[in-house]
Every structure is written in structure tokens, then in C-alpha cells.
Design a protein around this ligand. Structure first.
Ligand code: 5GP
Length: 209
């Protein structure tokens, strides 16, 4: 029988360390598939097209919206971000676990669609620490940093709509906690698949013992 893949959604305020956590997860869980989002923002120095994002023009993005190519999309910090059906469909068909990084609007859209997924929110240890991390990244201008810090106040208010809330004190611990969530979700009774004996023959054996 095809194993049941689970979709995991991860959201966090910008600068929380979500991308670093996801990079660590990629190394620790080579079988976990990552959805590559589309965006109209400019690539950062360390980013590669097709790996970190599909970087496309505003026109191209709007065409894709028009043709219903996205399962969800949102405007985040003046740029479009979206998850294309084609970025997740093949993984889901193969029964793989898929991880999607989304902002709070994207996660909320999927919830409204009753999209079956496990929603994980990563919190920064404090607003001060978030600011330090954003500045240390050295990738954004002052106004962008201010914008992102301001948005984070609204974003953290929404963490209660998620299934799991983690605080990213260090990347190693946070990625291990996410791995624990992934393992626990696979042990849910809804996904139970007997490996050697089915449940009925096991209970029959026990009753006849
Ligand atoms: P960044 O520009 O820092 O890479 O991402 C900005 C925000 O956009 C982050 O909160 C990130 O999770 C979110 N984001 C990335 N991909 C998507 C997506 O496909 N859809 C939505 N709604 N948000 C996304």
C-alpha cells in the first residue's frame, strides 16, 4: 500500500530563522520534499532560482493567478508569493511528506479550503532578538526591516490557529522538535497501517490466549 504522505505548513515572522531550520531539516530528512514557491521579489545574493524560489515577473505571476495555477497566493511586503499546484502535486502523488513555507495569510487560505495539513508556527524568542537576527542577515534595507518587524506583531497573534507552536532558540533544537512532530503525526491512528499482523488477527490471538 502507498504510504500516506503528510503536508506540513510552516509559518514564522521574517527573521525567526525558519529558512535555516528548513535547511537543517533538508539535511536531516532527505526524503522530506519541499514545495518551491513562486515570488515576484528580487533574489537575495545567496538564493538560487528554482531552489529557493521560482523568481518570476509580476505579469507572469498575475497570469498564473488568472489561470488558477496557485493553491494559495498572497501579497507579502509588497510582493506576490504563491504555492503552485504543480509544486506539490507530484510529491503528493508519490506519497511523500511535503513541507510548505507560507506566511500567515497563505496558511489561513489553506485552512479556509479545509486543506489537510499540519500547521506549525515558529516564534522568535523575543522581538529584540528578531530585530537582531533581521539586521544580522544584512539582506534588507532599513525600511524593509521596519516593515517586517511591524508585520511580525500581527503574525505572532495568529500562532494560536496553528497545531504546533515552537520557539526557535536554536536551530538544532527547533529542527529536532519539528522532526518529533513529523514522527508523531505519522503515528496517528488514522494513518495506522499494520506492518506484519493486522489489528484483527492480533486481537483474535489475544482473546484466544
Ligand atoms: P521571504 O521574502 O523572507 O523569503 O519571505 C517572506 C514571507 O513570504 C515569509 O513569511 C514566507 O514564509 C512567505 N512565503 C514564502 N513562500 C510563500 C508562498 O508560497 N505563499 C505565501 N502565502 N507566503 C509565502
Amino acid at each position: 500500500m502507498q504510504p500516506n504522505g503528510i503536508t506540513f505548513i510552516i509559518s514564522a515572522p521574517s527573521g525567526t530563522g525558519k529558512t535555516s531550520v528548513c535547511k537543517t531539516l533538508k539535511q536531516k530528512l532527505p526524503k522530506l520534499k519541499f514545495s518551491v514557491s513562486h515570488t515576484t521579489r528580487e533574489p537575495r545574493n545567496n538564493e538560487t532560482n528554482g531552489i529557493d524560489y521560482h523568481f518570476i515577473s509580476k505579469n507572469n505571476f498575475e497570469e498564473k493567478i488568472k489561470h488558477d495555477k496557485f493553491i494559495e497566493w498572497a501579497k507579502v511586503y509588497q510582493h506576490y508569493y504563491g504555492t503552485a499546484f504543480e509544486s506539490i502535486d507530484s510529491h503528493k502523488k508519490n506519497g511523500d511528506d511535503v513541507l510548505i513555507e507560507l506566511d500567515v495569510q497563505g496558511a489561513s487560505s489553506l485552512r479556509k479550503l479545509n486543506y489537510k495539513a499540519v500547521f506549525i508556527f515558529i516564534l522568535p524568542p523575543s522581538l529584540k532578538e528578531l530585530e537582531i537576527r533581521l539586521r544580522n542577515r544584512n539582506t534588507e534595507s532599513e525600511s524593509v526591516i521596519r516593515d517586517r518587524l511591524e508585520s511580525s506583531k500581527n503574525e505572532v497573534q495568529q500562532c494560536k490557529s496553528y497545531d504546533y507552536i515552537l520557539t526557535n532558540i536554536n536551530i538544532e533544537e527547533t529542527s529536532e522538535n519539528i522532526i518529533s512532530v513529523i514522527k508523531a503525526e505519522h503515528l496517528r491512528k488514522e494513518l495506522y497501517q499494520p506492518t506484519s499482523l493486522d489489528l484483527k488477527s492480533l486481537t483474535d490471538q489475544m482473546e484466544n490466549h
